[in-house]
Ligand binder design. Structure first.
Ligand SMILES: Nc1ncnc2c1ncn2[C@@H]1O[C@H](COP(=O)(O)OP(=O)(O)OP(=O)(O)O)[C@@H](O)[C@H]1O
Ligand SMILES: [Mg+2]
Length: 470
């Protein structure tokens, strides 16, 4: 029998938000009414009046059920089913029924990804690493807004039935590593762990014990929150301590033998992870690059009517480095101001505006001086440049070692692109930098003129070719 079956999709499934609501209510009921013991399917069946098979479908969120079934399930936990709690199952998805296991999932504050499209190649690679090669740590990295968080949720959604536990957590609020470990251990022990070790070392050992005992998928999103910025400084002193703890956690999860997987999302891979990574090692990193033109077209079409030639779509995608966040921003402008006409928008030659400008400003605020210098030079050079050319042009300002490190980090964040050994910047980055240079020159000239007028002296004033934009 063919193990892969194409299921006919009918009915509705829970969205991550709906699932989370139900899961939270279920956990609360377990804690208040069942002495913290996990409900069995039979318990849930008694409570809801639904048969165990149907309940499995509800909690696995893969196969559609009647809306009335979801209503019944929600009511059994005193919840009201709202439209944002359910969605249509995705069509044409191939689901393997083999090795499906009943699992416990906790999606934390995972975002709703019902608008997610594409990324097929990336999902295939990630699934291969995790399910076939049993990688223990997988890191997704790339520019702000490139879709790392969304992809991590999509991935977890697609492989959840291969794990006994799936836990998705955001580090956006920089939780301490000990609190995070306590949270994970409580879930993995199903609330049975009463002796939580006091030390970090002890908690990591306990987590690893659970990662050995059961197949768990842990996702930690936004690791950059607890990282130093490019200049090596920590935003707030105590983050250093937090970061050291997470770094230790990652190292031990990567190096110890177990049957689980830790997925991380971050803007740039920390050195510690880079050192552990290898094609034959159980630690892998995947750089999330821009969306393909066809994916961008699909995302735009899901938002409304847009028109453009094939070359317009290519130019638009390339201009924003295929970044879904930036393209989302631009799509609403094109829709509102140009009636969806992409060519009209491109003819204006205004790639950077409003929120996009603010976002780029944030990126640039986190650049180190060497990174700033490189990106400025590439933007003003217009032609892609080789490493030797860059080295000869700016080596008086920074050392070759700094140049190597800075180039690698700019490339990881997709601010610099490498093609056939030549480095260049995305058009929107070029436009932003050149705009800033002009602004800086104007304000320097105004300042200069006012000094000249006041002092009525002849001053020698020099505007440098490369201005650090900060
Ligand atoms: N494949 C996709 N299809 C449709 N929309 C997407 C896709 N990927 C990302 N998006 C949208 O782009 C925006 C940014 O995505 P997301 O938050 O996942 O990026 P990120 O890389 O995690 O950003 P950050 O670095 O800020 O954490 C979101 O609004 C998301 O819905
Ligand atoms: Mg994110």
């Amino acid at each position: 029998m063919n193990p892969l079956q194409r299921r006919r999709k009918r009915g509705v499934i829970l969205t991550p938000q709906g699932f989370q609501k139900l899961q939270t209510a279920k956990c609360q009921a377990q804690s208040w009414e069942n002495l913290d013991k996990r409900y069995t399917l039979e318990d849930l069946s008694d409570r809801t009046g639904l048969d165990p098979d149907t309940l499995m479908k509800v909690f696995h969120c893969q196969v559609g059920v009647d809306k009335q079934t979801l209503n019944t399930c929600f009511r059994a936990f005193n919840l009201l089913l709202e439209p944002s709690d359910y969605q249509l199952p995705r069509t044409h998805e191939v689901i393997s029924n083999q090795h499906s296991i009943q699992n416990l999932t906790d999606w934390g504050e995972a975002p709703d990804i019902s608008a997610f499209l594409g990324r097929t190649a990336e999902l295939t690679t990630l699934k291969h690493w995790i399910l076939k090669e049993h990688c223990r740590v997988v890191t997704l990295f790339g520019m702000d807004g490139m879709g790392k968080t969304s992809l991590s949720v999509k991935l977890a959604e697609q492989i959840q039935d291969k794990f006994e536990f799936v836990i998705w957590r955001s580090l956006r609020n920089a939780p301490s590593v000990k609190d995070m470990l306590a949270d994970l251990i409580q879930i993995l022990s199903e609330g049975q762990e009463n002796n939580l070790p006091k030390t970090l070392d002890g908690r990591i050992s306990q987590l690893i014990h659970y990662l050995k005992n059961a197949r768990c998928l842990l996702i930690l999103d936004n690791l950059e929150t607890i990282l130093p910025d490019a200049s090596g400084k920590y935003n707030i002193g105590y983050y250093r301590q937090r970061y050291d703890g997470y770094s230790e956690l990652i190292r031990r999860v990567a190096e110890t033998f177990h049957q689980s997987c830790l997925v991380l999302t971050i803007q740039e891979t920390p050195r510690e992870i880079r050192h552990l990574t290898g094609e034959k090692l159980p630690v892998r990193t995947l750089q999330l690059k821009g969306l393909k033109v066809i994916e961008v077209e699909e995302i735009f079409k899901a938002k409304g009517a847009f028109c453009g030639s094939s070359s317009d779509w290519h130019q638009l995608t390339e201009s924003y480095a295929g970044n879904p966040l930036l393209l989302n921003m631009v799509s609403s402008k094109i829709h509102k101001l140009f009636d969806g006409n992409i060519s009209e928008f491109l003819n204006q030659r205004i790639l950077v505006f409003g929120e996009i400008s603010q976002l780029l400003k944030d990126y640039f605020n986190h650049l180190s001086d060497p990174e700033n210098l490189i990106i400025n030079w590439l933007a003003s050079n217009y032609q892609p440049a080789s490493f030797s050319e860059l080295r000869s042009q700016i080596s008086s300002a920074i050392s070759p070692q700094q140049l190597l490190d800075a180039l690698e980090s700019l490339q990881e964040r997709c601010l610099v692109d490498k093609n056939a050994a030549l480095f260049s910047v995305a058009p929107m980055v070029r436009e932003y930098i050149n705009h800033q240079l002009i602004q800086n020159k104007i304000s320097s000239n105004i300042k200069y003129r006012s000094i000249v007028t006041r002092k009525k002296n002849k001053l020698s004033f020099h505007i440098p070719e490369l201005i650090l934009i900060k």
